[in-house]
Design a protein around this ligand. Structure first.
Ligand code: SAH
Length: 351
């Protein structure tokens, strides 16, 4: 390893948030004009999540040799009965709630969205009353759970995942959680106090998944390492039920000599890290990368596909990290993108 430590640029957190405040509160807005990739993205995310945490699946494994009904009964018993909200995810830099709606809530019972731009969060709250997992009553939900979304206005730098309500207090209007519609059958069977989302305002919370997507570009290495530590402390760790952190981010190419590269974006004052730069940060945070995939199915003319190896490093702490990367774009796509629109640049960063 070189004795000279390369100094990378840091994001400007305040100007980053100001940039997003000027972006429309839509899926197309938060995806820089690439709203149409959302479907492929969430498909990839859900299948990744079920691969890494099969215990969240509502479908019996092929190896199970009793009926699906028996399997469901068994699972319900393990979860403490009907109407229980057992599993929880944190949606980091949630924007207008796209990831919560399509990737997380279809799988977990409860999500907590953290987002510094208040208008995005208010839009997420408004839209959440129409999100399919929240318009499904507990009687029709896979584990008869009453699903819920909670909203917290904050940067990741300022929040502590285990105490989202108190750590995000005062950073925007208090937004009431959205609970899935109730129905007679469930509310009759649910014990007192169980119809609401588990944990809602009780603290501290434990998460099955801390999901970071397209927002870590706004955290310096120091802030990211500190956030990973706080997240790790907020992960569920009960017997075989261990929580995980997922990072799904754009990566740029390494330097020509193979060393890590970090690129500063003048438009939103963020940084794009190369794979090696992320790997170093995870290692410094004491994280182990246990699985690494590349998001497939994004527009071919814009993105190339890069295959990552799974890495195993010594884990000084007990948590583990999972990692998905977003393929960088082909060089030739830059020109095409540049003429399409300025906002398109957001997602398709330079190498
Ligand atoms: N993850 C969402 C939104 C991506 S856009 C999705 O995939 O749909 C990037 C988001 O990061 C914006 O909503 C922006 O407001 C948010 N963001 C900007 N700075 C942040 C910070 N310091 N901490 C957390 N989120 C931040």
């Amino acid at each position: 390893m070189s004795a000279i430590r390369v100094i990378h640029p840091n994001p400007d957190v305040k100007r980053g948030v100001e940039y997003w405040e000027g972006v429309p509160s839509t899926v197309d807005g938060v995806l820089g004009g690439f709203g149409h990739v959302s479907r492929a993205d969430s498909l990839g995310s859900r299948s990744f999540l079920l691969k890494i945490l099969p215990r969240l699946s509502s479908i019996p494994p092929a190896s199970y040799n009793c009926s699906p009904e028996e399997w469901l009964e068994e699972r319900l018993e393990r979860r403490g009965g009907k109407g229980k909200s057992r599993t929880r995810a944190l949606d980091c830099g949630a924007g207008v709630g796209r990831v919560s709606e399509h990737s997380l809530l279809p799988i977990v019972d409860e999500v907590h969205l953290v987002e510094p731009v208040e208008k995005f969060l208010l839009e997420a709250k408004k839209l959440s009353t129409q999100w399919a997992p929240l318009t499904t009553p507990p009687s029709s939900s896979p584990f008869r759970a009453r699903k819920a979304a909670h909203f917290h206005c904050s940067t990741l730098q300022d929040m502590d995942p285990s105490i989202p309500y108190s750590s995000c207090k005062g950073k925007g209007k208090q937004i009431e959680p959205t609970l899935s519609v109730s129905d007679e059958e469930a509310s009759d069977e649910v014990e007192e106090g169980e119809g609401r989302a588990a944990g809602s305002k009780e603290e501290p919370l434990k998460f099955d998944v801390v999901w970071c997507q397209w927002c870590l570009q706004h955290l310096s290495d120091k802030d990211l390492i500190a956030f990973l530590h706080r997240s790790k402390a907020a992960l569920k760790d009960e017997g075989d039920e261990k929580g995980l952190i997922v990072v799904k981010e754009n990566v740029c190419k390494e330097e020509e000599d193979g060393s890590e590269h970090v690129w500063y974006d003048d438009e939103d004052h963020s940084i794009t890290r190369s794979t090696k730069a992320y790997e170093r940060v995870f290692k410094e945070a004491g994280m182990e990368i246990v699985r690494c995939d590349v998001q497939q199915g994004l527009p071919e003319e814009l993105f190339t596909v890069k295959i990552f190896k799974s890495l195993r490093t010594i884990d000084r702490f007990s948590g583990v990290g999972y990692w998905i990367s977003i393929p960088r774009m082909f060089n030739h796509a830059k020109t095409r993108v540049a003429v399409r629109s300025i906002s398109v640049r957001k997602m398709l960063r330079r190498d």
